[in-house]
Design a protein around this ligand. Sequence first.
Ligand SMILES: [Zn+2]
Length: 486
Amino acid sequence: MLIPHLRPAGLLLLSLLAPAYAKGPLTSYADMAALLHRVERPGFITVTEEGRSHQGRSIFLVHLRRGAKKAQCRVLFYAQQHGDEVAGKEAQLQWIQELAQHPEALPEDVDLYLMPMLNPDGAEAHTRLNGVGEDLNRDHILLEQPETQALHRVARRVQPHLATDSHEFERAPGGYLEKGWVFWPLITLDAANHPLIPETVKSAALERVEGARTVLANAGIPFNRYAVGGPPPDAELRPSTPEVDDGRNSLGTLGAVSFIIESSVRHEIPDPQVDLPQRVRAYRALYDHLLGDVSWRRRVVGLAEEARRAPLPPFIATNVFWANLGGKVSEVPVRELATGRTLKVPTANAMTDLVVKQSVPTPRAYLIEARSAERFRPVLEAQGLRYEVLGAPRRLKAEPCRLLRYEAPFDELYHRHPSRQIVARDAARELEAPVGSLLVPLDQPLARRAIQVLEPCMLFGLYSYAPFRALAQADGTLPVLRVVEE
Ligand SMILES: [Zn+2]
């Protein structure tokens, strides 16, 4: 009954009591389905199918709940949007098995929802992308894929207070290896960072990220805040993008205190899964840390409930980038391959400050022209946004917007995957919106999602997708107008 491949050294005795994992270091889709079926128990563990992948595999949600009325903190941890990033899924399956054996280990105030394998087709093929070659973690605006649609349906139904996306990244990417280093941390954590997420939520989440340093150091697990970019001191390092086409920010704008975990894999060694037990152990430590104690969870519930009720800000940040204000010098830990020593490389290229360069006043609603209504409706439906189809012409005052250009080359300043849209906002004018136009009001619970999906002035937004770019008229006029008076 041991778990030969997944039992981390020194972990709780509980894991010794859990049912055996299936053969091999990685749990297959079929093994996972059998395992979930086995642990299901009325009143404690419920397994539901929330959607089907392109190749017909189930996308499972596992709901664990012990405290009935006491369970007030709703937690949604999801994993394996990228099929070849496995540690989060394995950690969740291990956790589920332990809880099945020892229900008392689940705090009574926690309503726990786990989605261990969001991309079963990619998992089976061991590829990042889903069954039709799409990157799910870039599909949170359009929600065209069944896997992301399933996650968002669950998120809107459950309304989690706490959410965590689970990934893996390359621990020793080329630039580091050329310098003779390994990008050292075994696991990293960051919080959602989109400007529309209330500051109270983002700062509490960042506190939790910083708090993980001590917890993981005490557990002997190399940890750092999640950063992307090249090797210091010359290359830029920064937190992830503040855009909403990923799970962490998109669940953040639904109101959850939202995180991303990235454990790191050594793809340069013959068997990258050789340290999977360590990565799973690191994952478990971070899941525990994010779940925290009852006082942290009460705070999380309060923050999330407040975020859902929070009025929209008067201005929307449309153009933001990472910077290092004042040129602070910080140290980046890396492991020197030749000696195994940990080096601390000083750099002024760690960009930790999010700068808002441009904002637009928050409109009252968005108007989608009748001619583009059919293209937009599936997006509005998948996002669960409330909208009105005009049955009679309506007089409004609105700002048209024009797409001046779209820039695909990599951008040094914004340091993001290419997809920058440059949009001009014209003066507001009275107009008569024809029958069949769609009106998306911003006095709705998902107003922040509506802004993120529809706001034409966003530097990285809807028009980074070719089908929506094609909806612009010959002079660049876009099909979404900013309604300033109804
Ligand atoms: Zn990933």
